[in-house]
Design a protein around this ligand. Structure first.
Ligand code: ATP
Length: 451
């Protein structure tokens, strides 16, 4: 360890299947390069000889399958070499997923669709396309509703009611064969494993979709959101998840206990043909957190469940899901390198994440401060109020004001820095200058003090 010491260049030789675990110092970035051999950072290979600059506070590992020499320049909180890692088991999971992807690519999509339907043992179907209930089907289990298959529709979820199975059909959505969900307690390495699986898949020319349901410490956008984004290339070790095309839903809070309603209910993710989705989840796995986890597994129809670092959760999930064919629950060891974060550190991490949204990872963005009149904007808050149960409504009807409805993909975030009640003016920080894309603002419970 070189805590707080002067900047120094040093080399570390790594034997095969070992990793160099690093916590960059809180004040200064760390430069690092690969001198010889091959190495990767969370599934992404690093190029030889090229200096990479890792920002302050980043925690990561440089792993090598065959041996490597690494050179570092700068100070770290800690850096040490570990020869015991769960990487072999992680890469084995990747190999199994890869084989499944290849099998799915070769098999005709018709038979895959019928598998989805058989699994639910559908007898009666009410089908919804978008917000319209358009078709009703009465079919025997095992008989394929051909029309749906021809439309390339993907059945997303079943909500049993009065003997009917209601299935939402999204015509533009095509088949997704592999829905991998990563679950486990806080600080078990869920985000890191998701990232490795995505990068390894992207390296083999797949374009998996990453879905992040972790509203506390998500890695796509600011806290309080659930989001999805396609991963077209191995994830950059410094920049992280690419942000060109994210689909973001604002939940407004960093813990689901603030508003315990179905968070994922109205999200719709479009998945490209023949690919794979990797879903990262929250670390809250007890009580209500567990219920939400089951709900996520069900909503996304996850068929591979990777459980990190907890025997109990694994056995509970195996038990609950044993009657679902084609669902694999796999227990995986937690890496000793995962850094534990207490509530204070998590809060700080959220602040940095918000700061990064406005100012960029390397302070390379310039947000703009603007002033608006109260009358220029409409501010909404998600949730609240009693609601009639769905079962009391006619089939196909939607509750008039569904407090869980996440209607729009967000256009962006602004930070309210001041409210002048007397002059009826709001001062806010926006990522760029110019007119806001909408006059509707949705308020959450996130706070941030710019320091
Ligand atoms: P959460 O409880 O927020 O859901 P998590 O289970 O997703 O957390 P990660 O975010 O994957 O856990 O890991 C926690 C921290 O540990 C991250 O900063 C990550 O970069 C770091 N980390 C993970 N694996 C390693 C490793 N092998 N070496 C060094 N740091 C690591």
């Amino acid at each position: 360890p070189t805590a707080g010491g002067p900047s120094s260049i040093r080399q570390v030789k790594l034997d095969k299947e070992c990793e160099l675990r690093i916590e960059v110092s809180a004040e200064t970035p760390l430069r690092l390069r690969l001198l010889n051999g091959t190495a990767e950072v969370f599934g992404t290979e690093i190029a030889p000889e090229i200096w990479l600059t890792f920002p302050p506070r980043l925690k990561f590992a440089v792993f090598t399958w065959y041996g490597a020499t690494i050179e570092m320049d700068g100070t770290t909180e800690t850096d040490y070499t570990a020869d015991e890692t769960p990487m072999i088991s992680y890469v084995n999971v990747h190999a199994i997923l890869e084989a499944r992807r290849n099998r799915a690519k070769e098999s005709p999509s018709d038979s895959d669709s019928s598998q989805v339907i058989d699994r639910w043992e559908v007898q009666k179907l009410a089908c919804r396309v978008g917000s319209q209930w358009e078709m009703m089907w009465e079919i025997d289990a095992g008989i394929q509703p051909k029309k749906l298959l021809q439309a390339g529709a993907y059945l997303t979820r079943g909500l049993g009611r009065q003997g009917w199975k209601e299935l939402e059909i999204s015509p533009e959505r095509s088949m997704c064969h592999l829905l991998v969900i990563v679950v486990g307690p806080t600080d078990s390495g869920k985000s890191t494993l998701s990232r490795m699986l995505l990068s390894w898949a992207a390296k083999q020319a797949w374009k998996p979709t990453f879905v992040d349901l972790d509203i506390g410490q998500g890695s796509i956008t600011i806290p309080g959101c659930i989001a999805a984004t396609p991963i077209e290339m191995p994830i950059d070790p410094v920049e992280g998840i690419p942000l060109e095309m994210p689909l973001v839903f604002f939940y407004g809070h960093t813990t689901p206990s603030i508003q315990v309603l179905v968070v994922f209910q109205n999200c719709c993710f479009t998945v490209p043909m023949q690919t794979c989705m990797v879903i990262n989840t929250m670390g809250w796995i007890e009580g209500l957190g567990y219920e939400l986890l089951l709900h996520a597994i069900d909503t996304f129809n996850a068929n591979v469940i990777l459980v990190l670092g907890q025997e109990k959760l694994c056995s509970m999930l195996k038990d609950v899901l044993k009657r679902k064919p084609n669902v694999d629950v796999v227990k995986l060891q937690k890496s000793g390198g995962v850094v534990s974060r207490n509530a204070k550190v998590r809060q700080k991490a959220r602040s940095y994440r918000i700061r990064e949204y406005f100012y960029g990872l390397a302070n390379d963005l310039s947000p703009h401060s603007n002033i608006a009149n109260f009358s220029d904007l409409s501010v909404y808050r998600i949730g609240g109020g009693p609601q009639a149960p769905r079962s009391a409504l006619p089939i196909g009807a939607e509750p008039a004001a569904d407090p869980t409805r996440l209607v729009h993909n967000v256009a962006g975030f602004i930070y309210i820095t001041d409210i002048d009640i007397q002059r009826k003016k709001i001062t806010y920080l926006a990522p760029s200058a110019g007119v806001l894309p909408s006059r509707s603002l949705i308020m959450g419970t996130l706070t941030w003090l710019e320091t």
